[in-house]
Ligand binder design. Sequence first.
Ligand code: ATR
Length: 270
Amino acid sequence: MSLKLGVIGYPIGQSKSPIIHTYWMKKYGLDGTYETIAIKPDELTQGVQKLIDGGYQGFNVTIPHKEAMLDICDEVDDVATAIGAVNTVSIRDGKLFGTNTDSFGFIENLKQHADYDLKGTALVLGAGGAARAIIYGLLENGISQILLTNRTRSRAEKLKPMAPDKISVEEWDKRKELLKDIDLLVNTTSLGMDGQPKLGIDLSNLLPSATVCDIVYKPLMTDLLGQAKNKENQIVTGIGMLLHQARPAFEQWTGILPDVDQNLEDMVLA
Ligand code: ATR
């Protein structure tokens, strides 16, 4: 059987998913295609129906459809429900099954690159969709406490109900002081990305044992990670989250849980 897969979004040109899934199809000897499929926001239902009619086995979902897909799917699992967004859909017998693999991607990347037991206190910067997936992953993996701070405080308050006894919302302007007692620092904002302002955080208060993660991967070595590296803290770059989140999607469609190898990382960063 030839695979018919893709990623839906609008605009969709920038997606790295075709590189990743096409690489794995070749690596595991599977025949098929993985396309970028532009679907305008007001044409989502019809666009998805075309994929069902066209015999697709599944697709990834990116901006701006991740939240809207929750309502379009016939079934959505607990992870996607908790994160409030679908990034992966499988089509079986004409029905749509939605999940979200972003928290898996974040945690697997952390496990691959850091010697850290996911205990203690995490400081999460940012409160958008990525933060929600990351917080979900941290909570599922037993983190004790999450300090959450965001420029727009009200967005952070919206995430607190995920675990009211473990999440405390802190002032954005206090982020440097919050570094004193933490085991993990995660930047989930777009700050530090090419073309965006720098995160502008001074790490002098950070404990030497703390692990620092950035979800920004353009550039791979962000200012935040560069500073942490200079202090000899353990760092985790952002590209791995993108690569690892694709693994369970590929597994759902093909039955094969693929590896992340250096060749793939180089291709996606090229
Ligand atoms: P995603 O789904 O990728 O997380 P998002 O929902 O647009 O994207 O969230 C972007 C995050 O980066 C938010 O936490 C945003 O803060 P606000 O909620 O205050 O907008 C943060 N962010 C973006 N630009 C920022 C800036 N210049 N200063 C501080 N935070 C910024």
